[in-house]
Design a protein around this ligand. Structure first.
Ligand code: ADP
Ligand code: ASP
Ligand code: MG
Length: 483
């Protein structure tokens, strides 16, 4: 494990890639912290690469602009554009720019907001926003922010170069959830980034956005700046990747839900992938993949508490203190049940059920089948519910009319709670403890599934009971379970 506390240590040949999330660059105070961290690490590492998100809340506002424009709501999008303008101008006003730089940055903000306005007018005329159009719009938050930060770093005599992700990370054309193409990205990295590093210039790169081979803007999915940092870490052969956020590291539960959640000092990539997949928002679920293959360690650190070590994530298995490491929530999901006595032993119903879901491009987050084979239950995102139910009714129309399938039902407003821990598979009785803890609080478990990795167990509970369920599993199994 690298000791990153000592100054001037030889970290080896590759660079350090640091990513700053939305809250780390979302206010003047946060930006000052970020600048100080960059200055400090520049002293300690021979080569530094910085990835920057949009200010917290800006991507949501950009999405509202696009949706309002598509809904012919001019007032809605002009209000959101004003909010975006105000937030950036006020932030710039409170930062120590020279008069000349402030003017330059303000002009840049205006330029991007003009572009946003033009996009909105086109969307309003068309009456719809495509995934491709949404990517063009949502990419603007990061584009503005790298320029704002780059200029401030120049004022502090840190030579740097702002770079847009669509010039650097080459992806397929799955808009809003694009897949990076590694070889093409390496070529871009070699031509654009390596010369800067050789000249001791810090690249300041937009997180989240990327581009197709033809240069069309794509994005890597919400929260995708973490993934940007990991992809660059891999393509650059980085020594380490650090993501800077607003909490002390990866914790035993979401600290905004569980007040006594604890920081986990060391985790494996597998464990964190499972946590992120099941809703621990602190890292984008795909972040770990490129890093684990190359064995590049990942640190999660707190911008507002930079002297705290944070969480170290690597391929090394750590000594766990308890059987459960973490409990997570995925909100806004629906449980779909396809049920019928005639399904018993009929081959192909499950396959057709899932192909009907796939046809609508909806992801299945969890599957649970009753042992009698008379029903199939699975969980999808709320916003896919209507189209998935319709698709299932079409696909199973014959079985519904013959009575072999007697119900296709959705329970909206549920959540998935997942208990995760590598120690789980070797320890009997963990499930009993989890369900015992929920039973004590009269929390009804609607469906259960065990993760294929055998170190997670997921439960569906009503939305109203979500926070209590997480709190109870955390107290009874994670905190008391390790005593
Ligand atoms: P950033 O903008 O820096 O990427 P995010 O908001 O995406 O930050 O992620 C950080 C947030 O993730 C924290 O503020 C916290 O509320 C939430 N979170 C959810 N689960 C966890 C967890 N297990 N550990 C730490 N943070 C978590
Ligand atoms: N700004 C993007 C989002 O809000 C990406 C990120 O913050 O990681 O989803
Ligand atoms: Mg994030």
């Amino acid at each position: 494990m690298a000791d990153n506390k000592d100054a001037n240590i030889d970290h080896g040949p590759g660079p350090l890639v640091m990513k700053f999330g939305g809250t780390s660059v979302g206010s003047p105070e946060a930006i000052i912290q970020t600048i100080n961290i960059i200055k400090k690490q520049r002293q300690e590492w021979k080569q530094l690469v910085v990835v920057v998100s949009a200010m917290s809340g800006i991507t949501n506002l950009l999405i509202s602009c696009a949706n309002d424009a598509a809904a012919d709501n001019r007032e809605g999008y002009t209000n959101s554009i004003s909010l975006i303008r105000k937030r950036h101008l006020e932030t710039v006003n409170d930062l120590p720019y020279s008069a000349q730089s402030r003017e330059k940055v303000n002009a840049t903000i205006q330029e991007y907001l003009d572009r946003l306005h033009n996009y909105c007018v086109s969307i309003q005329t068309m009456g719809e926003v495509t995934h491709r159009g949404m990517d063009a719009i949502t990419s603007l938050g990061e584009r503005i922010n790298v320029r704002l930060i780059s200029e401030l770093l120049l004022e502090q005599a840190i030579p740097n170069q702002p770079i847009d992700g669509d010039q650097l990370i080459v992806t397929d054309d799955t808009f809003q959830n694009a897949r990076p193409l590694r070889e093409l990205t390496i070529q871009k990295v070699n031509t654009l980034i390596l010369p800067l590093l050789r000249d001791n210039v810090v690249p300041i790169i937009t997180g989240f956005l990327s581009g197709t081979e033809e240069g069309v803007v794509t994005t890597l999915g919400r929260g995708g700046s973490d993934y940007t940092a990991a992809v660059l870490g891999d393509c650059l052969g980085a020594q380490e990747v650090w993501t800077w956020t607003d909490v002390d590291g990866v914790m035993t539960a979401d600290p905004s839900v569980v007040a006594d959640a604890k920081v986990i000092s060391h985790l494996t990539f597998d464990e964190v992938s499972e946590m992120a997949y099941f809703g621990a928002k602190v890292l984008h679920p795909k972040t770990m993949r490129p890093l684990m293959e190359k064995d590049i360690p990942l640190w999660v650190k707190n911008t507002f508490n930079p002297s705290f070590a944070g969480t170290y994530i690597s391929n090394e298995t750590q000594k766990t203190t308890g059987v459960l490491t973490c409990v997570t929530i995925i909100r806004d999901v629906s449980l779909i049940t396809v049920r019928g006595k005639g399904m018993l032993g009929v081959p192909g119903v499950a396959a057709r059920t899932f192909s009907a879901v796939a046809k609508k491009n909806a992801s299945v987050l969890m599957i649970s089948q009753s042992s009698s084979e008379q029903s199939i239950c699975f969980v999808i995102l709320n916003h896919d519910e209507i189209k998935v139910i319709q698709s299932l009714k079409n696909e199973l129309a014959f079985e519904l009319s013959s009575g072999d399938v007697d119900a296709i039902k959705a329970i909206s407003n549920v959540v998935i709670i997942t208990a995760i821990g590598a120690g789980m598979c070797h320890t009997p009785g963990v499930s009993a403890k989890i369900f015992g803890a929920l039973g004590k609080k009269n929390i009804n478990v609607i469906a259960i599934a065990q993760g294929s990795s055998e170190y997670s167990i997921s439960m569906v509970v009503a939305k109203e009971e979500a926070d209590a369920a997480v709190q109870e599993i955390h107290t009874e199994v994670i905190i008391n379970g390790t005593k």
